[in-house]
Write a new protein. Sequence first.
Length: 248
Amino acid sequence: MSEIMIVKNLTKRFGGLVAVDNLSFSIYKGETLGFIGPNGAGKSTVVNLLSGYLMPDSGQIIFDGVDITKKKAHERARMGIARTYQIPRPFPELSALNSVMAAVVAGKDRKNQSFEDAGGEATHYLEFVGLFGKRNILAKDLTFYELRMLEMARALATTPKLLFLDEVMAGLNPGEATRAVDLVVRAKEQFNLTVFWIEHVMAVLIEAADRIIAIHYGQKLAEGTPEEVVNNDAVIEAYLGKGWKKYA
């Protein structure tokens, strides 16, 4: 497999705290890469750096053969990078339809796109995530699960090549979580995505991920197949806990 993103010696400090410490790894086209670690390990900071929400203090990010280290988030979005947030960030006073329409326009460099075309595309993504019936509801009036699905629709509407998912199942009940996982799997297949997935529910990543990277204190702790990583003694000690039953 060829690499869609190469991360070299990435470092980010917040005052005296080193949140990401000389981190290097690759993401391969078409894979689902799980990204795990304890709270405070630097996982969300890594996504913020790779998506352009934050700029690194040092290091390099290559996407599709282009150095994007200094590119802003909207530039990366138009190149094919999208993300969801651990805590949904809706436009509260916009309807679900208008929220996704904004993403359609933001993710595509089409100067002459009509309002009708944007609305048609947005409707397609709302249907995909199951929110067509809520298209005229303001984001502030949606349930938490619906906000999660709106985040997914907005991300998909930018037509990404690489999708970053930051704990999409956090706060969902078991039934909602099952539907969310199914949606991610279907989206990856239907839209030909590469997926980078932060998740604490290990059963999901064991089944869905092709590889997993574990980090701790902003440094890589382990990398390999799901079985290799969740059976790694250092990962068990730092993250999974001594009560973790090794996966066979």
